[in-house]
Unconditional design. Structure first.
Length: 251
């Protein structure tokens, strides 16, 4: 009986070793993301512009990329703590993000701005000018360093939504005065989101851009995350990021 248990134990240990070796040698990278069209989305062509860039970069290095989609806050937590994921994307740079993750080299850009109601346009020159406005934001999104600092200091009123679509719905219904949103996301949602159809022609992007944001992949802040980040960074040098982004964003 002891001998049988010993043999079974060896088999189990061998299986565990082989599984660990297979994971370490895997040529498939798994990342968490969200539905953030046209950059990422399960139903988009090539799963979106940012996914297309990421897949091309990894492919250039002999790796495959699998992307799984979740609500944003869940994607961030999985990327940080779940061993089944190498990280999450796309993300903006911030000091808080760098505390917990290894950021890749930039993998594209996106123009972050403010959506407004056409019948209630807002003129502003600095972030401080928005202090008397209620600005819609999405939960756990990084915005700009100055804007987020003012929110943290309770110098800026905000209304929090779960996603960009809900954020724009609140703007359209008058629950907020402005909404922070990437202009490509705004254009896509206004064309495709049935819930936003009543507000087509009533919402527009403010002419002043908050910031042209660089996009990144956030890998785990450990040796493995740093290893995969290096692989991606080498791969992104081998592809034409701007051409891939333009193809998927219609540029």
């Amino acid at each position: 009986m002891f001998r049988r248990k010993f043999i079974l134990s060896l088999c189990a240990l061998g299986g565990t070793f082989l599984l660990g070796t297979a994971q370490a040698d895997s040529k498939t990278i798994v990342l968490a993301s969200l539905d953030w069209p046209p950059y990422t989305g399960a139903k988009l062509p090539d799963q979106g512009a940012s996914v297309a860039v990421a897949k091309a970069a990894f492919k250039a290095m002999g790796y495959d990329l699998k992307v799984e989609f979740y609500p944003w806050s869940r994607a961030v937590q999985l990327g940080k703590a779940d061993p089944g994921y190498a990280g999450y994307f796309p993300e903006y740079d911030s000091a808080d993000v760098r505390k917990d993750f290894t950021l890749s080299d930039p993998m594209g850009t996106g123009p972050l701005g403010l959506a407004q109601r056409i019948d209630a346009p807002v003129t502003w020159n600095s972030i401080a000018d928005l202090a008397n406005k209620k600005v819609g934001v999405v939960q756990d999104y990084v915005n700009t360093a100055e804007f987020d600092a003012r929110v943290a200091a309770k110098q800026q009123r905000v209304d929090v939504a779960m996603d960009d679509g809900k954020n724009l719905l609140k703007l359209g219904s008058g629950r907020s005065d402005l909404a922070v949103v990437d202009s490509n996301v705004f254009t896509y949602l206004m064309k495709t989101d049935a819930e936003l159809k009543p507000y087509v022609g009533k919402l527009a992007m403010n002419a002043k851009v908050l910031e042209n944001k660089k996009l990144y992949i956030c890998f785990k802040k450990d040796a493995e995350g740093q290893r995969i980040a290096k692989i991606f960074n080498e791969g992104v040098k081998k592809i034409d990021v701007n051409a891939i982004m333009a193809k998927h964003l219609g540029g």
